[in-house]
Design a protein around this ligand. Structure first.
Ligand code: ADP
Ligand code: MG
Length: 392
């Protein structure tokens, strides 16, 4: 694998760098609620500023669908970035146009400015060449530090690369290196998958099946397998359209040997209480909301033997206190094995939220917030944002 990295750019002094970041953070009452994406992006920004580049930072925020949506302005993000950097951040409330051009022309070496939400412009979403050209017209080089959008065909990640040299930012580079450790794992590789939407997860199970020793399932994802086996799952969440997808993992009635299903689960009973059940004991009217204690014990044996660990998708509805234990137990097991005995990768929006609850995330080798892009990359899907930046 070859990464065309920003680290190899010889002279950045006075160069205008168009830096695409993923600062798509949650806002609360007009303020940044969670700033870890900004913190993660600081390294590349400081690298550029220290070398005297003139930095134009651009991100999307939410999904305004090509229209101006006041609540999705990047301004609060620029303010938080300023506080984190302890340096001025000039916010320009436009994406392209005269104001932007003027601001870039007076930007000095080692200074930084930030554009408005890229998705306020319809050209971003259609990967429009004309828009892309205008976006980077004054830039000397393009740096992509936004791995989370690299599976999308959008102007600031794809079309811009027709107009200027493109490089991987330091964060994007680290993400790619971490994900490749899973694709070429130190064995045994143990994959833990849960969460909700099977359609987004099945390709990853298929892809990692060959190299994995075990794929441990939980969450609503496992319900689809129970349903396929005609077990009673009561009112549990499952995806009726997924059964064809699930069928691929069976030969007749026999589940592929490396796929491991929960032995027991925690249900919400008709009275609303929590109860542990074996799979043949779930009653109609009950919902499976967590993996049970025997399952945790079984999964922990596999996790403790692993040298590479991948975890995506909570083991249950961990947002409800009675059903968080399976997910938190897995989080603790993965974190305690990672950073030493095994290489540990944890990814996915809710999965990372659950990991944070343990306060152990610093022990995980790579915590990915790239969601869909991470799943796409690991499954071998198309990553147009990485073309010209990362090659096999
Ligand atoms: P991620 O974003 O980490 O990839 P998903 O989006 O696939 O994860 O799924 C996360 C959600 O799945 C969580 O909000 C969790 O409450 C829900 N979930 C997991 N297991 C169950 C279950 N058995 N029943 C209902 N919801 C579940
Ligand atoms: Mg999610």
């Amino acid at each position: 694998m070859k990464i065309t990295t920003l680290k190899n750019v010889k002279n950045l002094k006075n160069k205008v760098v168009f830096l695409r970041v993923d600062f798509n953070v949650a806002l609360n009452k007009g303020k940044v609620a969670e700033d870890y994406r900004l913190v993660a992006g600081l390294e590349t920004i400081n690298f550029l500023l220290e070398r005297g580049a003139r930095v134009v930072v651009a991100t999307h925020l939410g999904d305004p669908k090509g229209k101006i949506v006041k609540e999705l302005s990047v301004k609060p993000v620029a303010l938080r970035l300023k506080a984190l950097l302890k340096k001025p951040v000039k916010f320009i409330p436009e994406v392209v146009g005269e104001k932007v051009n003027k601001a870039i022309s007076i930007l000095k070496a080692g200074e930084l400015m930030m554009l408005e939400n890229l998705r306020f412009h319809p050209g971003e979403l259609t990967n429009d060449k004309k828009f892309a050209k205008e976006l980077v017209a004054q830039a000397d080089i393009y740096v992509n530090d936004a791995f989370a959008v690299c599976h999308r065909e959008q102007a600031s990640v794809v079309a811009v690369k027709s107009f200027l040299p493109a490089y991987a930012g330091l964060l994007l580079e680290k993400e790619v290196i971490a994900l490749n450790k899973v694709l070429k794992p130190t064995k045994p590789l143990v994959v833990i998958m849960g969460g909700a939407k099977i359609s987004t997860k099945a390709p990853l199970i298929t892809k990692l099946y060959k190299t994995a020793s075990q794929i441990l399932l939980g969450g609503a994802l496992a319900n689809n397998f129970f349903k396929y086996q005609k077990l009673e799952i009561g009112k549990s969440l499952f995806d009726a359209d997924s059964l064809a997808e699930v069928k691929k993992f069976y030969q007749g009635k026999k589940l592929a040997s490396k796929i491991i299903l929960p032995l027991d689960v925690v249900v919400k009973t008709r009275k609303g209480t929590a109860a542990v059940r074996y799979l043949n004991e779930v009653k109609s009217g009950e919902s499976i909301l967590d993996i049970g204690p025997e399952t945790i014990a079984l999964y922990s044996k596999y996790i403790k033997a692993a040298h590479t660990l991948v975890w995506n998708g909570p083991m249950g509805k961990f947002e409800e206190a009675s059903f968080k234990h399976g997910t938190l137990a897995i989080a603790l097991l993965v974190a305690s094995r990672a950073s030493g005995k095994a290489f540990g990768l944890v990814g996915g929006g809710e999965t990372v939220e659950a990991l944070r609850l343990t306060k152990m995330e610093q022990y995980v080798d790579w915590v990915s917030t790239a969601g869909g892009a991470m799943l796409t990359y690991l499954s071998g899907g198309k990553m147009p944002g990485l073309v010209k930046i990362v090659s096999k």
